[in-house]
Design a protein around this ligand. Structure first.
Ligand code: CTP
Ligand code: MG
Length: 396
């Protein structure tokens, strides 16, 4: 009889949190995204990775439910799994997972169940990078403009090019992780910080926009919209045909500061009002792209529940949208947008606007047309601006 090979990789899935900020009345990992829970979706990504020991750290009192979820998702790999009870902090929960590692394991990934839609590629990138590094962290570029604040005032700028948003799974050589946990003297917010503080080099790999952490109700809505639109990798039928999407947006003049339209600032022109900068052209493009990808609409991803997008300009919205669309398996064929506006006089800056919008979308061609409306309607009276966009997506 051939002995069953014992895996040398383990994935610890921490799912023991109570989900206070989500406030769903149940531990966050057990809240439903569709017919399946947050945990179940997270386990899909885990089991798509190479054969590994899988330790799920369960909320105290919910070990049985977690065991059932694990059995259903693991299938024949159930023998390689175990459930342990979590602690009162994330760090204690990870420590409980470490204590359950098998002897042959030399490589450990620690993953938040709350990052339920993390694609298998991120696991693969982390595992590959562990060949040459003791610790690996998946990161996403930070798209928001970040400020240093104290006592309700901005006290300084931060260069976002230097920043990366930390995600999971974070990967470690087992000896490095175990020693760092044994000697840690205080709480860290993630394992890479704990291992880094113990003096180890942490290298980064590319994370994924789908690996966002479900923290608040808005994140849950977003995860549900993504699951409804794009089932987990492996289930999605191959996108064979191109898809188009349409988007429109309207903003009234009357905002504060300068006019922002089609990705450009227009000094001397009246500003549009809106939750962000009121750039109707950019918002119409976002809706067209999301619609083509079946990813909901601008409110799903950037609504008033996302205060970090207040005042943001086109480049932030478009870059974030392009990343979502790419993560859903599409590349942008082209985008066409038409403005209806009495002001500003658009033609002299058309090429500049097209270049700015295209750059924000990672280089996809964008054409912009503008028209007046013969004095008719709100655009004709100069009360506001309307934009209509069409986007074409091609299978990546
Ligand atoms: N976690 C855990 N044990 C804890 C706290 C957190 O296993 N005592 C896990 C969570 O289940 C989650 C991950 O760590 O998968 C990230 O934590 P977070 O998003 O903060 O989840 P919660 O602690 O559940 O949420 P909240 O902080 O809002 O209560
Ligand atoms: Mg927490």
């Amino acid at each position: 009889m051939t002995p069953i090979p014992v895996p040398h990789i383990a994935v610890i899935v921490v799912a023991a949190g109570s989900g206070t900020r989500l406030g769903a009345g149940a531990p966050k990992a057990l809240v439903g995204l569709d017919a399946h829970s947050v945990l179940r979706h997270a386990l899909r990504g885990v089991f798509a990775a190479p054969e590994s020991q899988v330790v799920v750290v369960a909320p105290p009192g919910h070990e049985g439910t977690v065991q059932t979820e694990l059995r259903e998702e693991a299938g024949p790999r159930f023998d390689l799994t175990s459930v342990v009870t979590g602690g009162s902090t994330r760090q204690e929960s990870v420590a409980a997972g470490i204590a359950a590692l098998w002897a042959d394991v030399d490589t450990v990934l620690v993953h938040d169940a709350a990052r339920a839609l993390t694609p298998p590629e991120v696991f693969a990138r982390v595992i590959a990078a562990l060949e040459d590094a003791p610790a690996v962290l998946p990161v996403l570029p930070v798209v928001d403009t970040i400020k240093r604040v104290a006592d309700g005032e901005v006290v300084g700028p931060v260069d976002r090019a230097e920043l990366g948003a930390a995600q999971t799974p974070q990967g470690f050589r087992r000896d490095v992780l175990e020693t760092a946990y044994r000697t840690a003297t205080h709480e860290f917010t993630d394992d890479a910080a704990l291992v880094g503080a113990a003096g180890h080099r942490v290298v980064t790999v590319e994370g994924s926009p789908r690996a966002f952490k479900i923290t608040t109700a808005v994140d849950l809505d977003r995860a549900r919209a993504l699951v409804a639109a794009v089932p987990a990798t492996g289930e999605r039928p191959p996108a064979a045909a191109p898809r188009v999407g349409v988007g429109t947006d309207v903003h009234a003049f009357g905002g504060d500061g300068a006019l922002w339209l089609a990705g450009l600032e227009w000094p001397g022109e009246r500003a549009l009002s809106g939750h962000s900068d009121g750039d109707a052209a950019a918002h119409a493009i976002v809706d067209a792209l999301l619609s083509a990808a079946g990813l909901g609409d601008i409110g799903t991803h950037f609504g008033t529940g996302r205060p970090e997008f207040a005042g943001a300009h086109a480049e932030v919205f478009l870059a974030h949208t392009a990343a979502l669309v790419a993560a859903a398996g599409w590349r942008i064929g082209n985008v066409s947008v038409q403005l209806q506006a009495l002001r500003p006089i658009f033609a002299p800056r058309r090429a500049e606007a097209e270049a700015a919008l295209s750059a924000a979308l990672g280089g996809a061609p964008v054409s912009v047309a503008a028209t007046t409306t013969d004095g008719l309607g709100f655009t004709g009276r100069g009360e506001g601006v309307a934009a209509t966009a069409v986007a074409l997506l091609l299978p990546a």
